[in-house]
Design a binder for this molecule. Structure first.
Ligand code: S3P
Length: 438
């Protein structure tokens, strides 16, 4: 197979005024709720990445008429809550955990059987975290030794449960809430730590009421989603790569426009600011149920910190690039309470620690985090382990290093940020894409 790799060379300063593609989490949810809504939903700013396209294709295969995406615009002719049809084939979620875990919640409540599968990375990821609560609700979701493929038996009557989340996961929370839209009685989800709340906000946008009672998010089956217009803000998880790059490269001055700053996603801003970054949040506005702003970042020297474990869920996808920030900060950065990173598209603690060691940075892995000694990145070769965020993080490292960095196995960058290289080079990074023909 031809494998894509990046060669990223050192650069002197980043300049520009750019946007990044639409938020992945919001794009998935807009397709899902649009499909089961009554009436038409128009999404603008949809992320045309492979993960969200997997979700879009899954609903097409269940009989939902969907136009686009054309120029990030998608029109969904919703079939109503009970209008989905048995999928024509096994649903392939590709690399996308969000597709699999959220759809498991929806499919568990349908009248038909279904099966969810994915690529070799997704087949390794834990799925009992969704089958367990769903089966407590009366569903019949069978994993393959705790992982996908998932076999879902339709025609079950679901009932509401009180679900105390055993760990911080917006995917599991959303899965249970989506099943709760079909369950008899009330479904309550109680979180120990706050995770991204896009599902809750999007349900409100689709006029589906849900309540917050004490610590619980409460939903019941008495309603239908109503089609609506959704504008997807830029993904802060994609913006994060350039926030770190511009912070670390002397002379940089960069504006990122129209970025989602939902408070359950802005851990990256707070952590970088604690480390000494110069990031201003300007032109704040409300966009539907989400907060949006422009981010203005200028070069600043960073210092290592102990990242508070309470911040971890608020920056869960930004740790690969935070490892790079830490590797160029003065002093030591420690991360704890982040064991979930081992169950992402790759084991992100192992992938980052190995890669940084390869580049001459003193790093130690813990079961739930790492300790990174700030230093000087030398050039070299690192393996992204087919993980999009590891690939992009090391591509940024190449701009900061003493010599070029070659990053192997980068094709999955297309799952979340298909235009990454073009955008990076537009702001004066120097990343070359090459195919290994072996
Ligand atoms: C997501 C939730 C997070 C995140 C993932 C997207 C979502 O996963 O890492 O990229 O859209 O709900 P977990 O729920 O596993 O923490």
């Amino acid at each position: 197979m031809n494998q894509l790799y990046f060669i990223s060379s050192p650069v002197t300063s980043l300049q520009g005024d750019i946007t990044v593609p639409g938020d992945k989490s919001i794009s998935h949810r807009a397709i899902m709720l649009g499909a089961i809504a009554k009436g038409t939903t128009t999404i603008t700013g949809f992320l045309e990445g492979e993960d969200c396209l997997a979700t879009l294709n899954a609903f097409k295969s269940m009989g939902v008429a969907i136009e686009g995406p054309v120029d990030q615009r998608v029109v969904i002719h919703g079939v109503g809550k009970h209008g989905l049809q048995k999928p024509k084939q096994i649903i392939d979620c590709g690399n996308s955990g969000t597709t699999m875990r959220l759809m498991a919640g929806l499919l568990a409540a349908q009248s038909f059987d279904s099966e969810l599968t994915g690529d070799s990375s997704l087949l390794k990821r834990p799925m009992e975290r969704v089958s367990r609560p769903l089966n407590q609700m009366g569903a019949e979701v069978v994993t393959t030794d705790g992982r996908a493929p998932l076999h879902i038996r339709g025609g079950q009557t679901l009932h509401g449960i009180v679900y105390e989340m055993p760990h911080a996961s917006a995917q599991v929370k959303s899965c249970v809430l989506l099943a709760g839209m079909y369950a008899k009685g009330e479904t309550r989800v109680i979180e120990q730590s706050i995770t991204r709340d896009h599902t809750e906000r999007m349900l409100i946008a689709f006029s589906y009421p849900l309540n917050k009672i004490d610590d619980a998010i409460v939903i019941n089956a008495a309603n239908e989603c109503q089609g609506t217009d959704i504008i997807v803000p830029g993904d802060i998880s994609s913006a994060a790569f350039f926030l770190v790059a511009a912070t670390l490269i002397p002379g940089s001055d960069l504006i990122l426009r129209n970025i989602g700053i939902n408070p359950t996603r802005t851990g990256i801003l707070q952590i970088l600011q604690q480390m000494g970054a110069n990031i201003s949040i300007i032109n704040k506005k409300i966009c539907g149920e989400e907060l949006v702003a422009d981010l203005h970042v200028k070069h600043a020297a960073l210092e290592g910190i102990d990242i508070p474990p309470s911040m971890v869920p608020l920056a869960i996808d930004e740790f690969p690039i935070l490892f790079i920030a830490a590797s160029c900060a003065k002093g030591i950065t420690t991360i704890h309470g982040a064991g979930e990173l081992r169950s992402k598209e790759s084991d992100r603690i192992a992938a980052m620690v190995e890669g940084l060691q390869q580049l001459g940075i003193e790093t130690e892995a813990f079961e739930d985090g790492a300790c990174i000694h700030g230093g000087v990145l030398k050039g070299g070769v690192v393996d992204s382990q087919h993980d999009h965020r590891i690939a992009m993080a090391f591509a940024i490292a190449g701009g900061l290093a003493k010599a070029p960095i070659t990053i192997l196995n980068c094709a999955n960058v297309a799952t979340s940020f298909p235009t990454f290289v073009a955008t990076a080079n537009q702001i004066h990074l120097a990343i070359e894409e090459t195919y290994d023909v072996n």
